[in-house]
Design a protein around this ligand. Structure first.
Ligand SMILES: [Fe+2]
Length: 414
């Protein structure tokens, strides 16, 4: 599932020729997408101007009671993002925060060399990151394998089309663990900003055969047929190996708040419209773009969203609303996101990164690579091999995995 990285510029030119040849009214179609996106951005701006959040919210207990109304689900599908509140009780989340704080402090995390984020983000970061490269603290493992997290992910995975007839692209009710890191951002910090970007690669979206299948309606001119929640081909998309590229299949990216945090606290920002990816994908075919350029796409890097090519989209960048410990935030794997450049608040803003990585062949293969890193206390295989936790005596071990955790980690069968 990788693509040919030789002569990328030639490949881009060939692709543009072929799309332009078969898709003669591409300018007209792009204008239609632009008009739709403009409307979406206007709505986002109107909420922003009123000081309200456009991102839909759900109370976790409504998921348990199967009481989430259709209107909210429609908003979730439209914006590609949601805040799910009270997934964990405040006390539990605060305990996780304290546990994590001690874990990092007592094991001397801050005295180690922090090599920072890798090249994948090197054009995006403002300075030294405040993300801690730990994967196996008790707090992280407990949050990942909790029943609350499992119910939340199951709800979110069901938003996707996960099967057609007898073919199941993934199983929405079973999860594979994808070990990610934590954010512990200090107040006053001006160092972690990430410019707007989309994860899941950049040039791959145009040049990869399976990615082309995912976006086929867009490249063939019937953009209205494109369904951002169609799981077909998604579990097989190509990736160029890079230390921070996610090699698992994610339906949603997400995090769980361990502390209270809101706008200006150095938090997440989103451009909450799922149509943005249609705009991004067709933008390079417009006449003002040089032939060999894919507008913000650079091999081995996240897809950058820039003032030069995507100024319309950037008007819709909003910070997520204030969240409390135990709330979770989720965004579609194609959604544009960023991190505020400055933490102007008073308290540490802390999250555990936990996205949705449902059961499928691709994620099972990932588990096989991840298992041993857990047993050895090494970094998750998708990240730079810093292996800080190897000598942390209080990191999680097999004894800390519950029945669900054993299955999600691939140590026992479902
Ligand atoms: Fe990202």
């Amino acid at each position: 599932m990788s693509i040919d990285t030789t002569n990328i510029q030639d490949q881009i030119c060939r692709l543009k020729h072929s799309v332009n040849k078969n898709f003669t009214d591409i300018n007209k179609r792009f204008s239609e997408i632009e008009a739709i996106v403009k409307e979406e951005i206007k709505i986002i701006e109107s909420y922003k101007n009123k000081g309200e959040s456009v991102i839909p919210e759900i109370i976790f207990s409504d998921i348990l009671k199967n009481k989430v109304d259709n209107k909210t689900v429609q908003l979730l599908r439209r914006h590609g993002a949601v805040v799910i509140r009270n997934v964990f009780p405040r006390k539990k989340s605060e305990k996780w925060y304290n546990q994590l704080y001690s874990y990092l402090g007592q094991n001397g995390y801050y005295e180690q060399n922090d090599p920072g984020l890798d090249n994948y983000f090197s054009d995006l970061k403002s300075d030294k990151p405040q993300i801690c490269s730990v994967y196996w603290s008790k707090s992280q493992v407990q949050a990942r394998q909790s029943i609350e997290m499992s119910k939340t992910k199951s709800f979110l995975n069901h938003i996707w089309n996960y099967k057609r007839k007898n073919t199941k692209y993934f199983d929405p009710d079973r999860e594979c663990t994808y070990a990610d890191r934590v954010r512990m951002r200090q107040p006053g910090d001006t160092s972690l900003g990430l410019s707007p970007h989309v994860d899941g690669g950049s040039i791959e979206r145009w040049l990869g055969k399976n990615y082309q299948n995912v976006y086929r309606p867009l490249f063939q001119g019937n953009w209205k047929d494109y369904n951002p929640f169609n799981g077909e081909y998604r579990t097989e998309v190509e990736g160029i190996d890079s230390p921070a590229v996610c090699r698992a299949f994610r339906t949603w990216q997400g995090w769980t708040a361990l502390t209270q945090q809101g706008p200006e606290d150095g938090t997440l920002q989103l451009i909450p419209t799922v149509n943005s990816i249609s705009y991004v994908l067709l933008r390079p075919f417009m006449k003002d773009v040089p032939e060999e350029i894919l507008c913000g796409a650079v091999e081995g890097r996240a897809q950058a969203i820039t003032e030069e090519w995507h100024s319309l989209l950037l008007r819709g960048l909003v910070s997520i609303p204030r969240v409390e410990p135990g709330d979770t935030v989720w965004w579609h794997s194609d959604l544009v996101h960023a991190v505020e450049h400055e933490h102007k608040g008073k308290d540490v803003s802390s999250v555990i990164y936990i996205g949705c990585t449902p059961f499928c062949e691709r994620n099972l293969q990932f588990l096989e690579r991840q298992k041993q890193t857990f047993l050895d206390g090494r970094s998750s295989p998708d990240f730079a091999p810093e292996d800080f936790e190897k000598n942390y005596p209080d990191r999680s071990t097999m004894e800390d995995l519950n029945e669900l955790g054993m299955k999600q980690m691939g140590f026992s069968n479902w």
